[in-house]
Design a protein around this ligand. Structure first.
Ligand code: PHE
Length: 346
């Protein structure tokens, strides 16, 4: 027994030293502790032999085993320090060797504005040609502008439609839609009002090919005397025809629910790419693109506009979604990735 244990101790330390020497990253280092000191580790197994030893043997082996354990623990922590130091040193060297004057021969690719920038400019130009202004608003918003003033009071189930990212400050959030800017504008200006708000919005989404926690919408608001839903349909149709450069592009209207519009609608456009069904329209020939409706009188009232005199329409389409459809992009993550191989294609 004595002999066996002695050679096991020696073998364990040798194996440990060998393994430790081959470790080159903190991640690899993490896995070595359980191999030796964990519940099923080899040192732990050696300790289990103690109960079978005589008193005399215990006097010899217990200190040896303890020493083995401490040696291993210390070696792991020294290795950890050494690895951290070498990572820091490499980062420092990297920084020092960054040459701002380095010359790379021209590879024929000049770069261009990002797809989003291009599309936003195109959308802005279409709406500006119809007499609209372009408005902007903050990303960090209050509950009031994102929900309450849009006729979604506290505890209203419609708040669940928006997977909200709340900020640490009570009552503050990252705007879940660009509709916040409707209120901010109406509070400042009396009708006639016509404007769009292309901008980023945020939602607490599980990221996949068609969902991201950050994407772009474009809000639209038109308030004046005698505005009807027919104006909204006309604007939606004209906009989509111009954007897809197709004179005959038709729209269809279905009811939709948003607490800040009444009635609310979902406007679909005829697929601009096919006549008999394709993968973009999922073989249906129609694509859902343009939610909107007549601004709810309660919302007008809350923003200081008299609903007895004025009426208006609002819409808020997914700008990211339109970009994906227009440019045939299959995965939303590519748009924000900054990948040169992707961007070069446009
Ligand atoms: N803000 C709505 C959304 O993000 C879209 C919308 C805007 C609907 C304006 C109607 C009117 O879901």
């Amino acid at each position: 027994m004595k002999k066996e244990l002695s050679s096991s101790i020696e073998q364990t330390i040798n194996t440990f030293n060998e393994k430790l020497a081959s470790i080159a990253s903190l991640k690899e280092l993490e896995s070595i502790t359980p191999q030796f000191l964990g519940k099923k580790g080899s040192v732990t197994a050696l300790f289990q032999n103690i109960k079978t030893l005589s008193l005399e043997e215990k006097k010899i082996f217990v200190p040896q085993l303890n020493k083995l354990k401490v040696t291993i623990e210390e070696a792991i922590s020294s290795k950890k320090i050494a690895l951290i130091q070498s990572i820091e040193k490499a980062a420092e060297l990297d920084e020092q060797s960054f040459d701002v004057t380095a010359y790379k021969p021209f590879d024929g690719h000049k770069g261009h504005v990002h797809l989003y920038t291009e599309l936003i400019e195109e959308i802005e130009n279409i709406f500006i040609s119809m007499g609209y202004d372009v408005w902007d608003g903050p990303y960090a918003e209050t509950e009031y502008y994102n929900f309450t003033a849009l006729n979604i009071p506290e505890d209203h189930p419609a708040r669940d439609m928006y997977d909200t990212l709340w900020l640490n400050k009570k009552g503050w959030l990252l705007r879940t839609h660009t509709s916040t800017v409707q209120i901010r504008t109406m509070e400042k200006q009396q009708p006639p009002l016509a404007g769009i708000v292309p901008g980023t919005v945020f939602r607490h989404e599980a990221v996949d090919a068609s969902h991201d926690i950050q994407f772009m919408q474009c809000e639209g608001l038109f308030v004046d005397k005698n505005i009807t839903i027919a104006h909204l349909f006309g604007v939606a149709k004209t906009f989509l025809q111009k954007l897809f450069n197709k004179k005959e592009l038709d729209i269809r209207i279905r009811p939709g629910y948003f607490p800040f519009v009444e009635p609310g609608v979902e406007i679909d456009m005829r697929c601009p790419f096919c006549t008999t069904g394709c993968s973009t329209c999922k073989q249906s020939c129609w694509i859902e693109v343009f939610p909107g409706g007549m601004v709810h009188p309660e919302e007008l009232r809350m923003a200081g506009i008299d609903p007895e005199i004025y009426s208006g329409f609002a819409f808020g389409f997914g700008l990211t979604r339109l970009a994906m459809i227009k440019y045939g992009i299959p995965d939303i993550r590519l748009l924000q990735s900054g990948k040169i191989s992707f961007l070069k294609q446009f």
